[in-house]
Ligand binder design. Structure first.
Ligand SMILES: [Fe+2]
Ligand SMILES: [Fe+2]
Length: 243
């Protein structure tokens, strides 16, 4: 069970590092093209906060992890080709990280609450780290949506379609990374298990996360509420995707 908790924390911290690096890369690219100095300053401040978070998560993984991070990683830490695909998508469309990134931030806020309830705010390093992280993240989620809306409002119809296309591409690629990350985590947990056992276990874990794990259910509910309140037509697509 302890090993399972470490894998869970490693998986989530690595996922946050990945999203935050994408946010940093996208924010810096967008900031260059912005004329409005207030928007540019807000974006650079946002990137600075995400940089501080990635440093904190890396420090945690180095100190606490059972896997020996950074030599061993569940997601893309040592996979330069996969990282290059992320940067390629973000070069085509820096805003492509906004929707999946806001989802991961919302999810991290909900599971932090669960861990705080379970272990207390000072119960363990993972919870303490996430409690501190959520103090910034709680402001980021709205910022992501408002920022994406304000940029998209200035774009042509085709510019908005481009955003939708690359956001879905990003979502698909993230799904692939998450599924292969789950596969690596199961291999760590049961190194001698067969491929068939891992596929079956993965299906069970996914079903459990999607339909029984409260933070995920709360995230889905919160996204549906956010998407149905927002006016831009693209949210109708994401509403379908969040079912
Ligand atoms: Fe963050
Ligand atoms: Fe964030």
């Amino acid at each position: 069970m302890r090993h399972f908790f470490y894998l869970f924390s490693q998986f989530n911290c690595e996922a946050l590092i990945l999203f935050e690096q994408c946010f940093m890369y996208a924010s810096k690219r967008l900031a260059v093209s912005l004329h409005d100095t207030v928007e540019r300053r807000a974006l650079l401040h946002f990137a600075k906060e995400e940089f501080a978070h990635t440093q904190a998560f890396r420090r945690y993984l180095r100190k606490e992890s059972v896997l020996g991070f950074p030599q061993k990683s569940l997601l893309v830490h040592r996979q330069h080709r996969l990282k290059n695909i992320f940067t390629w998508i973000l070069r085509q469309e820096p805003l492509a990280i906004m929707i999946p990134g806001a989802k991961s931030e919302t999810y991290s806020l909900f599971y932090t609450k669960l861990f705080e309830k379970q272990f207390g705010k000072d119960g363990n390093t993972f919870t303490r780290l996430h409690t501190l992280h959520s103090e910034d993240e709680v402001h980021h989620v709205q910022f992501d949506y408002n920022f994406a809306d304000s940029i998209l409002a200035k774009r042509s119809f085709f510019g908005q379609l481009k955003f939708i296309f690359y956001t879905f591409l990003m979502m698909l690629f993230i799904q692939f990374i998450v599924i292969s990350g789950f596969g690596h985590a199961l291999k760590e947990l049961r190194p001698h298990s067969s491929l068939w056992f891992r596929i079956k276990s993965m299906r069970r874990i996914f079903n459990w996360v999607l339909w029984s794990f409260n933070p995920y259910i709360q995230t889905r509910r919160s996204l549906k509420a956010t998407y149905s309140q927002r006016k831009h037509f693209m949210y109708k697509f994401f509403l379908l995707g969040s079912l």
